[in-house]
Design a protein around this ligand. Structure first.
Ligand SMILES: NC(=O)c1ccc[n+]([C@@H]2O[C@H](COP(=O)([O-])OP(=O)(O)OC[C@H]3O[C@@H](n4cnc5c(N)ncnc54)[C@H](OP(=O)(O)O)[C@@H]3O)[C@@H](O)[C@H]2O)c1
Length: 272
């Protein structure tokens, strides 16, 4: 797989940072995006110390024109990894007769970051890659977005997170079927819990929790093999697919008993 020039969003933390470090080596140029300058610079320094060339970009993935301006002015791109994302769940009812809820601001932010933010990364990258020559393996480039096992189920604890991740997965896999002809791989990562800062505040058991470095290696192996959907742990994804086939009331009766199924169990996201 040719990946001399790589662009990563969400490179200041967690999976994006781990992918950047795993890829960092002499002869490779990494374009790293994130909002937090201090943490992004930390990733950049660690990648440079491994011999990679690095350019950082302070950017918010919800800024469509800013993302286009960044991605479309870099020249050829071999690999783009859309990792930026945020999570959170439903809150407890505020009055005795009301229901668990997600604040409107949270719902809109999750869709803006986890869905529009992915499109703001993937669409300009597709524009760039369609105009670059094919490599020795017949590929023009590879684009990968991080979805989630949460996107496989209608989980009452994380409705808007799951919905945005489901949309990302469907878009990447379905559009990828068309883009194959153009020599561009579109890939979706359907993963379970990873041990990153995103989950560090969780105070509940996380079945199948995967070490982020193992996750990075699994993702890169899948991309080398041109996998359009990279899934791990398989048992968790298979169980989730099965649950989604059940009548919703039956599935909900199970979900609601899970640690993350009830309102107020997920840490509140930083929406500042
Ligand atoms: N951790 C898990 O268990 C898990 C499971 C399944 C899927 N995922 C997905 O994997 C991806 C990476 O998550 P993670 O676990 O690595 O989380 P993380 O450690 O919290 O990192 C999230 C990254 O996203 C960036 N980000 C968030 N909002 C952004 C915005 N508006 N513009 C630009 N960058 C933004 C953050 O950068 P700044 O702070 O610099 O803005 C940070 O680098 C996410 O898409 C997440 O949904 C995670």
């Amino acid at each position: 797989m040719k990946h001399d020039t790589v662009l990563i969003t969400g490179a200041s933390s967690g999976l994006g940072r781990s992918l950047a470090l795993t890829l960092a080596r002499p002869g490779r140029m990494l374009h790293l995006g994130g909002r937090n300058e201090t943490r992004l610079l930390e990733t950049a320094r660690a990648c440079i110390s491994r011999g990679a060339g690095v350019r950082i970009r302070l950017c918010d993935v919800t800024d469509q024109s800013g993302m286009e301006e960044w991605i479309q002015t870099l020249g050829p791109l071999d690999l783009v990894l859309a990792c930026a994302g945020i999570t959170g769940g439903t809150r407890k009812p505020t009055k005795p007769d009301s229901a668990p809820y997600e604040p409107d601001e949270q719902i809109r932010r999750f869709f803006a970051t986890n869905l529009d933010g992915v499109l703001n990364t993937v669409l300009p990258a597709l524009n760039v890659m369609q105009h670059q020559p094919r490599g020795a393996d017949g590929m023009r480039g590879r684009i990968c977005a991080i979805s989630s096992v949460a996107g496989l189920v209608s989980y009452p604890g994380t409705p808007s997170y799951g919905a945005a991740k489901a949309a990302v997965d469907r878009f990447m896999v379905a559009t990828g079927g068309n883009m194959r002809q153009a020599g561009i791989l579109l890939s979706s990562v359907v993963c379970g819990f990873l041990n990153t800062p995103m989950t560090a505040r969780n105070r509940f058991p996380m079945p199948g929790l995967t070490d982020v470095e193992n996750a990075s290696r699994r993702i890169l192996r899948g991309l080398r093999r041109n996998e359009r959907r990279i899934v791990f742990p398989l048992w968790l994804a298979a169980g989730s697919r099965f649950m989604d086939l059940l009548p919703i009331r039956l599935a909900e009766a199970y979900y609601i008993r899970q640690p993350t199924g009830s309102a107020g169990s997920m840490p509140e996201p930083d929406l500042s």
